[in-house]
Design a protein around this ligand. Structure first.
Ligand SMILES: Nc1ncnc2c1ncn2[C@@H]1O[C@H](COP(=O)(O)OP(=O)(O)OP(=O)(O)O)[C@@H](O)[C@H]1O
Length: 230
């Protein structure tokens, strides 16, 4: 089944008399369970592409479908995003005033018979990702960039969204720690048939994807997964 379908997308931003054209006649189809990496020069629109898929900015023309649904018709978009998308980005989609642990347990009531078991699961995931008891009880807005990304990844491992959108996921997770966490996330995605779209220019990530595209001339051009230099 097709998870993401972008058809004849035109996307531009207008600032006063200037127009920034990002995409023209862009098409993309991603199957459920596929991992796709998107690279491209600075400012070519990679983040905007993810934001269109997440129903955070509409295309000027064309159709964005996520799991068969035209995203412009989605009501209660933040609820839809919370339910379906694990979005790793700078803004973060977790509730900033809740703790990392509360963000993981948001969908389960404290008086539910499953709460204790789920709470233990949340603690295990956070601990495994390197959270100390102190910082899993800190609010998200009080965490550093690295722990904010880790908290988002923890929520993904906890709730298993159908789609993961990752915008430069290793920006604040350097070296072997970042590589290990990404590998864990992709293994989890493969086991759960989760669709993943990663925007990155890190060539070490390309071979881990099923397909690699680069934004060129306002479109997505398929590239080799071993593409050495951008
Ligand atoms: N909401 C917006 N309003 C106006 N212009 C915008 C908006 N969002 C993005 N842009 C412009 O669109 C262009 C592409 O931005 P975007 O962040 O999508 O690119 P990118 O490929 O992710 O870049 P980078 O690699 O620097 O993160 C930039 O010139 C940016 O200034």
């Amino acid at each position: 089944m097709i998870a993401i379908k972008l058809t004849n997308i035109l996307k531009r931003f207008i600032h006063g008399s200037e127009t920034t054209l990002l995409f023209k006649d862009l098409n993309l189809s991603v199957n459920e369970g596929e991992v796709v990496v998107i690279s491209g020069d600075e400012g070519t629109g990679k983040s905007t592409l993810l934001r269109m898929i997440a129903a955070m900015t509409p295309p000027n023309k064309g159709i964005v479908q996520v799991f068969g649904e035209d995203v412009v018709t989605i009501k209660k978009r933040s609820d839809w995003r919370m339910k379906n998308i694990g979005y790793i980005n700078d803004e973060g989609l977790l509730m900033p005033f809740l703790t990392a642990k509360q963000n993981l347990l948001m969908d389960i009531k404290e008086d539910s018979p499953k709460y204790i078991e789920q709470e233990q699961k949340a603690i295990n995931i956070l601990t495994q990702l390197g959270f100390s008891t102190e910082n899993f009880n800190d609010t998200i807005e009080g965490l550093d960039d690295k722990h904010q990304v880790l908290a988002t990844i923890a929520r993904i491992l906890m709730t298993g969204p159908k789609l993961i959108l990752a915008d430069e996921p290793l920006k604040s997770l350097q070296g072997s720690e970042g590589a290990g966490i990404l590998e864990e996330l992709l293994t989890f995605a493969k086991q759960n048939d989760t669709t993943v779209i990663i925007c990155t220019n890190d060539p070490a990530i390309f071979p881990q994807a099923d397909r690699h595209y680069k934004v060129e001339n306002n479109k997505l051009i398929e590239k080799s997964k071993q593409e050495p230099v951008l």
